[in-house]
Design a protein around this ligand. Structure first.
Ligand code: AMP
Ligand code: MG
Length: 344
């Protein structure tokens, strides 16, 4: 398939191009587009066949449902059977932005989008190009992250082009993502609000609005157990670069001493270290992911892909629990490492 790559400047949006891209979606095609979290792979959420093609293009397991994106709260009413008061409170507080809410679905949303569940995940992105695309298409847009299934999510258009060129109709080539990590998913379809995936909005922020919110135990206990997580996507291998990743978790001094030792034991391999703040590991390719876990979350996927571009064989990732974004980082990092974690 010939994939059109269309440059769009968010500060000077070409509305003719956006109209064409909107038409591709409305007519059942696939368009990758920027959001503030990661790049999405979009299709008309009311077109079952188009949504099936998302799974094909990504190689995504068919039991992993899609998030549906809207331009404003009012248009969500069409997709859900009921918008409850607390969900409305969440939208008023955090939308547009990196928050996805699970609600009971309406008849209009197909089983392909929800993978057979009776609930649907809805979100209003804040990215101006994303919202313009939704408006231009005239329909809600179902979109998972625009990476090949299992790979780190794309936070630049370059990543999307690497994974999706030849597989979809068009890619919007625009700015890098400002949040860099996926949305927080909160289930509002039951009695108690439950965070199913940590993300761009933290537990502390949500608790201020909904004091009874809890975190799904599968997130807190990231090592696999036998129960099925409520968020189907959480059970799959995820975010894995070609390089082998090991997380080293603990206090900073101990983490660094341990990684120095690991580097000495692996002199036959090309090693990389992902650090929290400046560090001077002499025998490794070092990428500083940022000075706190919010920056680490933003730079994590980009950094994992950069290690692959540098042909690194093995990555040691520093992980230090230090702030409210730790859970967001931990959730992705543990998965990228296939749960290979050294606690020090
Ligand atoms: P992605 O957009 O690639 O980050 O994937 C969307 C995430 O949302 C996956 O982890 C899905 O399992 C999750 N998700 C989508 N719809 C639902 C739903 N109705 N209930 C629970 N999780 C969902
Ligand atoms: Mg994804």
């Amino acid at each position: 398939m010939n994939t059109q790559i269309i440059k769009i400047d968010k500060n000077n949006i070409n509305h003719n191009e956006m109209t064409k891209l909107g038409k591709i979606i409305a007519d059942g095609g696939l368009v990758a587009f920027p959001t503030e979290t990661v790049y999405g792979l979009g299709a008309n959420a009311f077109n079952d066949n188009a949504c099936k093609n998302i799974y094909l293009a990504k190689g995504r397991p068919s039991d992993n449902p899609l998030i549906v994106h809207f331009a404003d709260v009012e248009s969500i009413n069409d997709a859900v059977s009921e918008m409850n008061r607390d969900a409305k409170k969440l939208f008023d507080s955090f939308s547009p932005g990196p928050l996805t809410v699970i609600l009971k679905k309406s008849e209009k949303i197909s089983n392909t989008v929800t993978a057979g569940l009776d609930t649907v995940a809805v979100r209003i992105p804040s990215d101006i190009i994303a919202r313009e695309l939704i408006r231009a298409s005239g329909v809600p847009i179902a979109a998972p992250s625009a990476n090949l299934s299992g790979k780190p999510s794309p936070t630049t258009s370059r990543h999307v082009i690497a994974d999706m060129c030849g597989r979809i109709d068009a890619i919007i080539d625009a700015q890098d993502c400002s949040v860099g990590v996926e949305s927080t998913i909160i289930d509002m379809s039951g009695e108690t609000p439950v965070i199913l995936r940590p993300g761009g909005i933290t537990y502390t922020q949500i608790k201020k609005i909904l004091p009874d919110v809890i975190i799904d135990k599968h997130i807190l206990n990231s090592i696999e157990n036998n129960e099925h997580p409520k968020c189907p996507g959480m059970k799959y291998k995820h975010y894995a670069p070609d390089a082998d990743v090991t997380v080293v978790e603990g206090e900073k001094d101990k983490v660094r001493k341990t990684i120095e030792k690991l580097l000495l034991q692996n002199t036959d391999k090309k090693c990389g270290v992902l650090t929290l703040g400046q560090a001077s590991y002499k025998t490794a390719t070092v990428i500083n992911a940022g000075n706190n876990n919010k920056e680490y979350a933003k730079n994590l996927f980009r950094s994992l892909r950069e290690f692959d571009e540098n042909n690194v064989d093995i990555v040691f990732a520093e992980f230090i629990i230090e702030d409210e974004y730790s859970l967001t980082v931990k959730n992705r990092l543990y998965k990228s490492a296939g749960n290979k974690i050294i606690y020090v």
